[in-house]
Design a protein around this ligand. Sequence first.
Ligand SMILES: CC(C)(COP(=O)(O)OP(=O)(O)OC[C@H]1O[C@@H](n2cnc3c(N)ncnc32)[C@H](O)[C@@H]1OP(=O)(O)O)[C@@H](O)C(=O)NCCC(=O)NCCS
Length: 177
Amino acid sequence: MITDPPRVDGFELRALSEADAAGLRDLFSDPEVCAFMDIEPLQTEFEALDIIDWAEAQAAQGLGVRWGIRRPGDPRLIGTVGFNRIERSRGRWGEIAYDLARDQWGRGVMSTILPAVTARGFTDFGLLRLEAMVTVGNARSCALLERMGFHLEGVLARRGWWKDRAWDQMVFARLAD
Ligand SMILES: CC(C)(COP(=O)(O)OP(=O)(O)OC[C@H]1O[C@@H](n2cnc3c(N)ncnc32)[C@H](O)[C@@H]1OP(=O)(O)O)[C@@H](O)C(=O)NCCC(=O)NCCS
């Protein structure tokens, strides 16, 4: 199953579900977490449910999956990670995405988790290419991807439009071979 979570020592990953609405609202209510994301900081659980519904629909169609991240024994949702997109018909690539609560930054959490996620992409999903779209200015995300062996392929100027303005986006990629 596409939603089967990768195993990572010290963390529990589980596909997002409606039970995560409050946790996701809390996570994405932080303007610092959302600074480079294509969403305004969330205010309500209903807004979080929209995101969860989208993630569940992607998973139901085999087009993507998003796992919530927790530490064993702690109910708090500290982040999410997964594939915004999985293309297996007219290509073999996936787009990864990830986020952590602000107090989890600088502790190596995503560097610990991403290898298991990229392994799902290359080994279990049979993808040849993983990519990540990063808004220009998101230095932490760039550093993370470089640590994970991704390379900057270029900048898509004015690719995004949210928060009432255009955003340039960097394309990072890592190939299976
Ligand atoms: C992108 C994001 C997940 C990166 O978080 P991060 O904490 O910088 O990355 P990691 O979890 O891999 O941790 C690396 C940091 O922990 C430190 N660290 C501590 N122990 C470590 C370990 N065992 N392994 C690796 N790094 C470790 C590293 O030195 C680094 O800190 P530094 O950058 O201050 O030197 C985070 O900034 C975030 O959630 N941002 C908001 C959402 C977002 O923008 N998502 C990306 C959209 S493209």
